[in-house]
Design a protein around this ligand. Structure first.
Ligand code: 13P
Length: 356
C-alpha cells in the first residue's frame, strides 16, 4: 500500500475543551476527557503541543510543590540512601487541556499474520457493532513485526480507523544490523506508534535507558509517536516507592527527543504486568501525576499538558473505568486482554462503565 492510502489523513484535531481537571488532587468525579468535540471525525490527537494548549486558568492549575510520591508499601526497612530524588520542586502551573484517550493493544509475541487478520477483523466488527466513535477514543493495535504488513493492508483496504503500532524499533538507521527493524521501514507501513522501553525488553534483552532514548528518538525522527514504557519492579516499589524508577526512566528516555515532539508515556508497573493484579487507580494516578509534573519541569507546562499518559498492567473491562476516571490517566496499554476481541471492545467502550 502506498502512503496515500492511509486510512486517515494527517490532519490533527486539537483538543479544545478544557473541562478536564488534569491535576486536581482527590477523587475525580468524571472521566478525564469527555472528548465530545471531535465532530470532524479525525481520530488523531494533536501532534503539536502548542496547538493543544490553552491559556492558563488560575483555578485550573496546580502548583508543583509536593514530593512526587510516597511509598505505597509500608516497608519498615526502607533504605535511606535510595530515597527518590527530590530536588527543589518548581511551581509550574500546567494548563488544563482535553487529551483524546488512547486504548492500545500490545499483542506481544502472539498471533501470526493470518491470525492477526482474523483478529483485527473481529475487533473492527465488534467496534462497529457498538458504533464506536474513534474520534472520541482512539484505538491502536500493536501486532508482531511479521503481521504489520498484513494488518496495514487490511486497515487500508477496509478503511478502518484503528491505528497501527509496532512493539519495538532499532535505534539505528538501515544498515548491517542483522535482525533489527529500522524506523523508516515501520513508517513505510503506516505505523503510527512505536513502543519503546517495554519492561520485557529492558529486562529480557538488557535494554539500557540510553538505548530506549535512542529508540524513541529514531521513531520520532521517522515521523512516528514513541510510546515510552516506564515502570518499577516489586523490589523498586518496596525500596523507593512507586514513582522513583518511572521518573528516572522517563527523564532518560526524553533526553533524545526534541522539545515539542509528540510522544506517549505508558506507566506499567512490572509487578502488575500479566499478574492479574493491577495497580490501584489511585496509585496509577499518583505516578502519572508525578510523571506529568516531571515533564513540566523538564520540558515546560505546554508539553506536560498535551502528553498522554497511559496505565498498563492487568487492565481488563472490569477495572478500566477506575483508571480512566483518574485525571492524569489518558488511556491504557493492554496486553492479554487485547487478544480477546470482545473483551478489548468492552475496554475500548470504557465510557459506558465510567458513567455506569
Ligand atoms: P497485561 O495487560 O497482560 O498485564 O500486559 C500489560 C503490558 O505489558 C502491555 O504492554
Amino acid at each position: 500500500m502506498s502512503d496515500e492510502e492511509r486510512v486517515n489523513d494527517e490532519g490533527a484535531n486539537e483538543p479544545e475543551n478544557a473541562e478536564t481537571p488534569l491535576v486536581l488532587p482527590g477523587p475525580p468525579e468524571e472521566p478525564q476527557a469527555e472528548a465530545d468535540d471531535a465532530e470532524d471525525g479525525d481520530t488523531r490527537p494533536s501532534p503539536t503541543v502548542e496547538a493543544a494548549v490553552e491559556p492558563v486558568v488560575e483555578s485550573a492549575v496546580e502548583p508543583i510543590v509536593e514530593p512526587a510520591v510516597e511509598p505505597v508499601v509500608e516497608s519498615p526497612a526502607e533504605p535511606v540512601t535510595a530515597a527518590p530524588a527530590a530536588p527543589a520542586e518548581i511551581d509550574i502551573p500546567i494548563p488544563t487541556v482535553a487529551r483524546p484517550p488512547l486504548i492500545a493493544g500490545n499483542w506481544k509475541m502472539n498471533l501470526d499474520h493470518l491470525q492477526a487478520i482474523a483478529h483485527v477483523q473481529k475487533v473492527a466488527w465488534s467496534l462497529k457493532d457498538v458504533k464506536h466513535d474513534f474520534a472520541d477514543v482512539e484505538v491502536a493495535v500493536f501486532p508482531p513485526f511479521t503481521d504489520l504488513r498484513s494488518v496495514q493492508t487490511l486497515l487500508s483496504a477496509d478503511k478502518l480507523a484503528l491505528r497501527l503500532g509496532a512493539q519495538d524499533v532499532s535505534p539505528q538507521g538501515p544498515g548491517a544490523f542483522t535482525g533489527d527493524i529500522a524506523a523508516a521501514f515501520l513508517a513505510k507501513l503506516d505505523v503510527r506508534y512505536v513502543i519503546v522501553g517495554h519492561s520485557e525488553r529492558r529486562q529480557g534483552h538488557g535494554e539500557s535507558s540510553e538505548t530506549v532514548a535512542a529508540k524513541a528518538a529514531a521513531a520520532s525522527a521517522a515521523g512516528m509517536v514513541p510510546v515510552i514504557c516506564v515502570g518499577e519492579t516489586a523490589e523498586d516499589l518496596e525500596a523507593q516507592g512507586a514513582a522513583a524508577v518511572p521518573l528516572a526512566q522517563l527523564e532518560a528516555a526524553l533526553a533524545g527527543l526534541p522539545t515539542g515532539s509528540e510522544y506517549v508515556v505508558a506507566y506499567e508497573p512490572v509487578w502488575a504486568i500479566g499478574s492479574g493484579d493491577p495497580a490501584s487507580p489511585e496509585q496509577a494516578q499518583e505516578v502519572c501525576r508525578a510523571l506529568r509534573r516531571r515533564i513540566a519541569e523538564l520540558r515546560g507546562p505546554a508539553e506536560a499538558a498535551a502528553i498522554r499518559l497511559l496505565y498498563g498492567g492487568s487492565v481488563a473491562s472490569q477495572n478500566i473505568a477506575g483508571f480512566m476516571r483518574q485525571p492524569d490517566v489518558d488511556g491504557a496499554l493492554i496486553g492479554g486482554a487485547s487478544l480477546d476481541a470482545a473483551e478489548f471492545t468492552r475496554i475500548v467502550q470504557f465510557r459506558k462503565h465510567v458513567t455506569a
